[in-house]
Write a protein of this length. Structure first.
Length: 349
């Protein structure tokens, strides 16, 4: 369920989840198993977070019991899994204000004006607010999301096209390799000979160059060519000082992100290197009643993996249940045998 307009009074909820990435979506599920309903707020217009925004077509190999799973497929599976929990989504909204009330609840307001009164809050905001680092070449902005791309939403649109791919990290090399043989041509451009990508990916790229299946140019973009309102190519200023004109239908640039906590940084959490510190028993922040899971948090031994976020969501759910009802012991139940959980899942009457 998605709320399309701003209500006149604050929406009351036991749990408000900030972030609809994989960790946030699984938090809905784990809370739902314990009978706790959720509202979910995300700045994007759709669920999935960075997973859906930055690499929807890329395969993921480390999700338990799924040997291979596309990023968008994972999001769709999670949405299917949480459907019985009936979460209420608020897409395209950023939580701008958070304050604790005297009655112990939290007041939150989005930049769009939606207000909440939440008994608990879960921060599952990934890296926080983020924007891709752009090419910085005059005129590129006019072609963004048409012929200049900082993320791949659908690999199919680049089939049979002339591509110039910029960057030296994993994203750039992954797409150089993945689109090879599908695109009409690929020119890979990086500003130096050292790469941040996995050595195996770099080695594979060099094999493709040696086989004549693509071209590699060391340099940076300096200008674009436009004809009749369409981008037709790019000029590369090579590291040897020469200028090289390259015909192109699309430019793909992967220079990383500008991760920013945004308003979250002003909410009084104990931070460490732009991440929210939590304990590893409850995944609670320095503010009782507010929890943080996924890439936004930090603790000794933290690993930024999707499966780690799933584990954190499970433990946070039990801690939230105890916070909401401190006098009631939360018993561990199993979905295979618990009639209550099976009813909440909709598999029994």
């Amino acid at each position: 369920m998605t709320v399309p307009s701003t209500p006149a009074t604050p929406l009351e909820t036991d749990a408000l989840i900030v972030g609809a990435g994989p960790a946030g979506l699984f938090q809905v599920f784990e809370l739902g198993l314990l009978g706790i309903k959720s509202h979910v707020v995300d700045t994007l217009q759709h669920p999935g977070g960075q997973c859906a925004e930055l690499y929807p077509d890329k395969p993921i190999y480390d999700i338990p019991a799924l040997p291979i799973c596309g990023a968008q497929e994972l999001v769709e599976r999670l949405m299917q899994q949480i459907a019985p929990m009936s979460p209420v989504f608020h897409f395209g909204e950023e939580v701008a204000e958070l304050a604790k009330r005297d009655d112990g609840r939290f007041f939150l307001r989005t930049a769009a004006g939606t207000e909440f009164l939440a008994r608990t809050v879960v921060i599952a905001a990934g890296l926080g607010s983020f924007q891709p680092r752009r090419l910085g070449v005059e005129g590129c902005d006019a072609f963004e999301d048409r012929q200049v791309h900082y993320r791949v939403r659908s690999a199919a649109e680049f089939a049979g096209q002339r591509l110039v791919i910029f960057g030296g990290g994993d994203s750039a090399l992954d797409w150089v390799i993945d689109l090879n043989g599908k695109a009409k041509s690929i020119v890979h451009v990086h500003r130096r000979n050292e790469f941040k990508a996995a050595p195996a990916s770099v080695a594979r790229m060099r094999e493709l160059v040696a086989a004549g299946k693509m071209e590699y140019v060391e340099g940076i973009a300096s200008a674009i060519a436009v004809d009749d309102g369409r981008l037709t190519g790019v000029t590369i200023k090579r590291t040897d000082g020469a200028a090289q004109d390259v015909a192109a239908d699309h430019l793909l640039a992967f220079f990383g992100l500008h991760p920013k906590l945004g308003p979250i940084a002003e909410w009084g959490f104990e931070l460490e290197k732009k991440a929210i510190k939590v304990d590893t028993a409850k995944f609670q922040t320095s503010i009782p009643g507010i929890f943080a899971i996924g890439d936004i948090n930090t603790y000794p031994g933290k690993k930024k993996l999707i499966l780690s976020g799933f584990h954190e969501a499970a433990l946070a759910a039990f801690a939230i249940a105890e916070h909401l009802n401190p006098a009631k012991k939360v018993h561990l139940q199993y979905t295979t045998t618990s009639p209550i959980m099976q009813k909440r899942l909709g598999v029994t009457e």
